[in-house]
Write a protein that binds this ligand. Structure first.
Ligand code: GAR
Length: 206
């Protein structure tokens, strides 16, 4: 049985599309069953619906607190019998309660080589720091922002004269390869979160 997976988005949804495309192969170990956006009318929702995936808008502004919003997201995930949750350009900080409840089954993609350049304006941070290599990271989500155990990374060289937009575009190309590979690994039991660390299981040992 393929692992029932949801994707949380806030906008364009290009990483979401790469996950949906990978999971359209019936041999992929995860099945995308639900896309949730906290913002109405975003491009990602249109693409998800066109791909025949169930979508739900849960506008954070309609909730009195972060906890109430997170409880509504949690209820939608449970109702859809979801096992894995992928954050893909989801620009809301989730509560400690939510992160703890989904621990080990909740992953995020971030456009830097963590632990460098957490938070927002990531490419500006990288260019200001003058690093010669940046990239992207898929990690387990823990209560502390962008600090969870790392599942996979891809490196992208910084080019002379790079702008944040140019660097972002080259990193995004790598994100689209890295995220499906990381989801595949998690869904088939190739990586687990144990005692706060990502523990990897080679295929032959499973
Ligand atoms: C991606 O670059 C993703 O890594 C980043 O937002 C972009 C979303 O693009 N996420 C974060 O910065 C999270 N902290 P997408 O909507 O086209 O996937």
């Amino acid at each position: 049985m393929r692992v029932r997976t949801a994707i949380l988005i806030s906008g364009r949804g290009s990483n979401m599309r790469s996950l949906i495309a990978a999971a359209s192969d019936p041999s992929f170990p995860a099945q995308i069953v639900l896309v949730i956006s906290n913002v109405e009318n975003v491009e990602g929702l249109t693409h998800a619906a066109a791909a025949g995936i169930a979508t739900k808008v849960i506008p954070h502004k309609s909730f009195p607190s972060r906890q109430a919003f997170d409880a509504a997201v949690d209820a939608a995930l449970s109702e859809a019998d979801v096992t894995i949750v992928c954050l893909a350009g989801f620009m809301r900080i989730l509560s400690d309660w939510f992160a703890s409840k989904w621990e080990g089954r909740l992953i995020n993609i971030h456009p830097s080589l963590l632990p460098s350049f957490k938070g927002v304006h990531v490419h500006e941070q990288a260019l200001t720091a003058g690093v010669r290599i940046s990239g992207c990271t898929v990690h387990f989500v823990v209560p502390e922002l962008d600090a969870g155990p790392i599942i996979a990374q891809a490196a992208v060289p910084v080019e002379h004269g790079d702008t944040p937009d140019r660097l972002a575009a080259r990193i995004l190309e790598q994100e689209h390869k890295l995220y499906p590979a990381a989801l595949k690994m998690l869904a088939e039991g190739g990586v687990k979160l144990e005692n706060g660390r990502a523990v990897f299981q080679p295929a032959r040992a499973r």
